[in-house]
Design a protein around this ligand. Sequence first.
Ligand code: 13P
Length: 251
Amino acid sequence: MRKNIVAANWKMNLDRVEGITLVEDILGKISLDSKTEVVLAPSFIHLYKLGKMCDDRRNIFIASQDCSASNKGAFTGEVSAEMIASCAAKYVILGHSERRTNFSETNELLKLKVGQALANNLEVVFCCGESLEQRHSGAHFEWLNSQISDSLFHLLAEDFSKIVIAYEPIWAIGTGVTASSDQAQEAHNFIRDIVRKRYGGNVANDTSILYGGSCNPVNSAELFSQPDIDGGLIGGASLNADDFVAITDSF
Ligand code: 13P
């Protein structure tokens, strides 16, 4: 079912004590009866502890920032979807542009990771987004289409219902340059449209599509008021409890 979601992507920030302190702070400030689903994606080392800290909060869930494309075995340094699920995580973020760029993750590899996540009952926050060059050359819609269709459109509709899409234009990530609400709405509308063409109107209407890229308490309400923007995937501003909670309150 389509829902409003605000997800914190901590990236490679916050040690054990800092992470716990931030979550205590967020739990103290966040509205208990909010209908918005709040998702915290810390580093793997925090998953279990944060899952325990949040397990009595019906609107707060834990996510990992990645999972292995393999299920188990001799893959030193990897963390499997099964291990992540055993920490009571609900989601895994896949396909973040930092992983695509810095770790050469391809649409094909992400297809395997999506399979691992779903096989272990994890839902997926699937990231897509174009570079500035692609936007300037007008290639961004085709790029978004291939990122989404190559990694996701083999799924049956029932499995696709476990997918949340995050549109994160690379040029807006960590730059302080946010997509305008018109630019973001246009991209979200395009994404919902390709989902509609593949799976039909009901699935498209039920799909949550989040915006990410320099989203903050000043611009979140305007972005989230757009008809096809169902929330945000927040980087820098999620490391500050007041800013993050303000964003969760901006629907
Ligand atoms: P910023 O909010 O820091 O731009 O990061 C966005 C992001 O990459 C979330 O996944």
